[in-house]
Every structure is written in structure tokens, then in C-alpha cells.
Design a protein around this ligand. Structure first.
Ligand code: C5P
Length: 240
């Protein structure tokens, strides 16, 4: 399956999970020589709303807005309208068919990603919520529905990327969090359970990896980014 033509600088989306806009801006300035894609999630958005999003966009970078909208279809549609046409590249939603359809109606220039199963969930978490399918089957089922409903892509772990790519083809955008340098099995040291390395995620079919703590908590974030980019190139990124 040919990989999409995505430049190396756009492969890693840095999750700016920090408590205020000043820290986020500091992190962007530190990393922008190497990456130009940044994720604003719940913590930072609650601290600055669109101010930091607009600041990142004004510097010429891309933004993934990861607020994982989940509500009745009309509310999700109205929320997506608020994000639309502001220059944000990717936004995330959860949902069943009706929610995804409503979000798609409002999506305009945004690319919408449906979250399949959070990367912090393992099999036991699904059982605890009364679900009987395996994580992989549920991810595939939800991704297939999202694609059929016209969604641009999905968020899934690197453990499912290969099967998603094989079964659903090249059109679907696959964005993969749960990235840990040098590890394809969780050691239980944090909340992420379905983890892989950046290289493995891209090699098996992910278009982008989302990386937070391994970069934002590192003493030398640039060194971590460079190692991950080397790992991605070693594993078959086409453009570097
Ligand atoms: O620090 P870490 O690398 O685990 O950060 C992963 C980021 O990706 C977090 O911002 C988290 O909200 C996000 N994310 C995730 N799993 C998903 C969707 C988003 O970990 N399914």
C-alpha cells in the first residue's frame, strides 16, 4: 500500500498538553525548526480558547484541535461550526452514525477524525464497560463506519494501523497517539496502554503520530524529535 506523500516535518504532531499559553508558545518555539504540526487538547484549550490556536496558525504551522466532541448530533454540529473556517486542519469527534453525520454536515474546510477506541483503553477496559468485542475488532468496526459516513480519518493506536490500512485502504487518514520511544509494549508507567514506536506506527500505516509527554517532558525535546524522525525515515517515510 503506497504511503501518502507527507513531509517528515508533518509526521509528528506534538501534543501541547501544558497548563497555559506561555508554556505552549515556548514549546512551539523550541520545536518549530523540526516539526510544524501541533495539537491543542482539552487542557490548553480550556486555558486559552482560540488564542493559542490562532498564534500557532499565524506562525505558519498546522493545528489539530483535539476536543473529542461527544454530545447529541445537533450540539456536535454546532460545535464543529465554531471550529470550521478558522485554519484548523484536523478536529476530533466521538460518536455513532448520527453524531458523525451531523459533524460532517458542518465540517467545511476541516478534516474530521473519529476517535475509535482511546489508546489508554485495553481489553479489560472494554469488558468493564460491558463491551464484548476485542479492541481491534471494535476499532475496525468504528473506523469502517466512519469511512462509510465520509469521515476523513480516524484516531487509533499503532497496534491497529496495519489492519486498518489493509482492510480500509489508502484514503483514510490514520492518526496515532500512544507513541513511546523504543517501546511497543506498555510498561504500565503511565495511562497509555496500546503503545508503539513512531517508526512502527508510520511503517504499518499511520499517516501521523501524536506525541505528548515523551517530547514535552523531555530535557531535550529536539533530540527526542530527531530520534523519532530517524526512526520514521528508517521505517520507510518517503520524503525527508
Ligand atoms: O503524552 P502522550 O504522548 O500520551 O499524549 C497523547 C496525546 O494524544 C494526548 O494529548 C491525548 O489526549 C491524545 N489522544 C490519545 N488517545 C486518543 C486520542 C488522543 O492519547 N485516542
Amino acid at each position: 500500500m503506497p504511503q501518502k506523500q507527507i513531509e517528515l516535518q508533518d509526521r509528528i504532531i506534538i501534543a501541547l498538553d501544558v497548563e497555559n499559553p506561555d508554556l505552549a508558545k515556548e514549546m512551539v518555539k523550541r520545536c518549530e525548526s523540526h516539526t510544524r504540526y501541533f495539537k491543542v487538547g482539552l487542557q490548553l484549550f480550556m486555558a486559552s480558547y482560540f488564542e493559542v490556536v490562532d498564534w500557532i496558525l499565524d506562525r505558519g504551522h498546522k493545528v489539530m484541535l483535539d476536543l473529542k466532541f461527544f454530545d447529541i448530533p445537533e450540539t456536535v454540529k454546532l460545535a464543529v461550526e465554531q471550529v470550521n473556517n478558522r485554519g484548523v486542519s484536523l478536529a476530533t469527534i466521538h460518536g455513532n452514525d448520527a453524531i458523525i453525520r451531523a459533524a460532517m454536515e458542518a465540517r467545511g474546510d476541516l478534516q474530521l477524525l473519529a476517535v475509535t477506541v482511546l489508546t489508554s483503553f485495553g481489553e479489560e477496559d472494554l469488558r468493564a464497560m460491558g463491551m464484548t468485542q476485542s479492541v481491534e475488532d471494535l476499532v475496525l468496526f468504528r473506523a469502517r463506519r466512519a469511512l462509510e459516513l465520509g469521515c476523513d480519518g480516524v484516531v487509533s493506536s499503532g497496534l491497529e494501523a496495519e489492519r486498518l490500512r489493509k482492510d480500509l485502504g489508502d484514503k483514510l487518514l490514520i492518526v496515532t497517539p500512544g507513541i513511546r520511544p523504543g517501546a511497543n509494549v506498555s510498561d504500565g508507567s503511565d495511562d497509555q496502554k496500546r503503545i508503539v514506536t513512531a517508526g512502527r506506527a508510520i511503517a504499518t500505516g499511520a499517516d501521523h503520530v501524536v506525541v505528548g509527554r515523551p517530547i514535552t517532558k523531555a530535557d531535550d525535546p529536539i533530540r527526542v524529535i530527531e530520534e523519532m524522525q530517524k526512526d520514521i525515515v528508517r521505517n520507510g517515510n518517503e520524503i525527508n
